[in-house]
Design a protein around this ligand. Structure first.
Ligand code: ADP
Length: 518
């Protein structure tokens, strides 16, 4: 069987060999075992159902939320001679009817549909007349409340399965599955946990770094100048920042395109095209840009502002270096961007999800403050525990000397305990540095033995130290209305002198950037 699959890989797609994981997934499908395929963006998930669709009798259904991409995907398949079509809200009722007739006649190997279709009983009834050996669920994390992009209509996928007399095999695919999400996908789609294929989240050609305490605009201009021959993407958190940055770079003579949901569709398409053809060297965009963009030579992805969580970050950063060549992924960190993200999270419709979103945001903040390998941090976050340090990220190549900061860390922990473990970072830093702030006095904190114990440091430095302690898991954050900090079990160990804490560089000198993002 796999020989046939390899022949098809060569014949239709022109590739000589499978990538890691593809063969195993195809094997599961052909053995009629429902399975979950977790591969990073660009890992080659599509082939895992496209090849079986050629080997199986009938029409494979692909459920995908990316309506704007369906046509491109179908066109690409048609171009290599694979009969495929799609049904989504961009078609008229007549077009849907005609396409369905063709599907029922068995004219297609693949049918792409948007999840909303599954809520239509008449659509499901029509499908009864189609032979469907395989249902591929793309972006499968959308089925989970724990995912970063939950879509209720994904829950109707079970209705699709029940339509057929002979149950189709299900193949779920995603790039962003933390253990919680994986468990959800397995449970909801009835996939045995053993039939999960996870392939290397490590993207060895990407070098990650976090820049703290620099003038962001100057950094950007210098970076782009230094990489004048290369193309890259700059992500910002808001439309307004995209517009402002665009103006800034255009004025600096950079060939710049921009993309966000507030721009007219025709303009967006034109800008995207300019970027895809290298006419524009830099694309400045919100997270509305990039889903399914298959541009191989993106040499860098810079996040001008903190992304909302690690899932989004890795997906967006992963658009760099799809051709396998060395590429850079940089986050420019400033503490006020945390406020921007908190504000955006607070605007969410679904109030119940807010604590969870805040926790995910904290993961992103931790990433920016860890002093361990950044690649390792990411991979561990996605549930692969035993990776090695990458040796090339900003932290691995940071030549500053390591210092013992155990004593300062103990002072902070002790102060947090004395303050009753129910206050936030800012006031804790004020207490430690001996501030005369009214709140500090009103709460009686000036009487604590830890009051002013770090008065030789600035509150900003102490805040930086606390961010480091949070990213190292010594302090934990309780996300209520106002986030508060408390001491973790590991932190308690440090207080008891059981663990030494080392930190890179002159202790507590990493400054948090304070420049206003334009
Ligand atoms: P994903 O859906 O996981 O983000 P895609 O399926 O879009 O990734 O594949 C990313 C790119 O890798 C595409 O250009 C695809 O043609 C290419 N690709 C996939 N499988 C192989 C392979 N076995 N050999 C070479 N290139 C491959």
């Amino acid at each position: 069987m796999i020989e046939n699959a390899r022949e098809l890989l060569q014949k239709y797609f022109g590739y000589d060999s499978f990538r890691e994981g593809q063969e195993t997934v195809i094997k599961y499908v052909m053995e009629r075992k429902s399975s979950l395929c977790v591969m990073p963006t660009g890992g080659g998930k599509s082939l895992c159902y496209q090849i079986p669709s050629l080997l199986l009798d009938g029409t494979t259904i692909v459920v995908s939320p990316l309506i704007s991409l369906m046509k491109d995907q179908v066109d690409a398949l048609l171009q290599v001679g694979i009969p495929a079509t799609f049904i989504n809200s961009t078609l008229t009722a007549t077009e849907v009817r005609e396409t369905m007739e063709e599907v029922v006649n068995g004219q297609y190997r693949l049918l792409y549909i948007a999840p909303e279709r599954l809520e239509s009983t008449s659509f499901l009834n029509q499908l009864k007349r189609v032979k469907v050996p395989l249902i591929a669920v793309d972006e499968a994390h959308c089925i989970s409340q724990w995912g970063h992009d939950f879509r209720p209509s994904y829950r109707s996928i079970h209705r699709l399965r029940e339509v057929f007399d002979e149950q189709p095999v299900v193949l779920a695919l995603t790039a962003t599955a933390t253990p919680d999400v994986r468990t959800d996908i397995n449970r909801i789609l009835e996939i045995e946990e053993d039939n999960t294929v996870i392939t290397g989240f490590a993207r060895s050609n990407l070098s990650f770094s976090v820049v703290l305490g620099q003038d962001k605009n100057k950094f950007l201009k210098d970076f782009i100048k230094k990489n004048a021959q290369e193309v890259g993407i700059i992500y910002a958190a808001t439309r307004k920042t995209v517009d402002l940055l665009h103006d800034l770079l255009v004025k600096a003579g950079v060939r710049t395109a921009k993309y966000h949901a507030g721009l007219p569709e025709a303009f967006r398409n034109k800008e995207q095209e300019r970027f895809l053809t290298d006419e524009a060297q830099v694309m400045i965009a919100t997270n509305a840009f990039g889903m399914g963009i298959d541009k191989s030579n993106v040499r860098y992805v810079i996040h001008y502002q903190l992304p909302k969580n690690m899932e989004s970050y890795y997906q967006e950063a992963g658009r760099a270096g799809r051709d396998g060549l060395p590429s850079e992924c940089v986050v420019l960190y400033a503490s006020q961007d945390v406020q921007t993200q908190r504000f955006l999270i607070d605007q969410a419709q679904d109030r119940e999800r807010i604590p969870q979103e805040l926790e995910k945001l904290q993961g992103m903040i931790d990433y920016c403050h860890t002093e361990s390998c950044l690649q390792q941090f990411i991979i561990t976050y996605f549930g692969e525990p035993d990776s090695l340090a990458c040796g090339q990220c900003g932290n691995c190549t940071d030549a500053r000397e390591v210092q013992d900061v155990t004593q300062e860390v103990q002072m902070v922990l002790s102060c947090v305990v004395r303050m009753g473990q129910k206050f936030g970072k800012t006031i804790t830093a004020q207490v430690l540095t001996g501030s005369q702030n009214k709140k500090v006095i009103d709460f009686g904190f000036t009487k604590l033995s830890t009051y002013g114990i770090l008065k030789n440091k600035s509150a900003k430095d102490v805040l930086g130290l606390m961010e480091f302690m949070i990213s190292e898991g010594l302090l934990l954050v309780n996300h209520g209305n106002l986030p508060t900090i408390y001491v973790s079990d590991t932190g308690k160990g440090v207080l008891l002198g059981k663990k030494q804490i080392m930190r890179k560089g002159v202790a507590v000198t990493k400054q948090i950037a304070t420049n206003d993002p334009l």
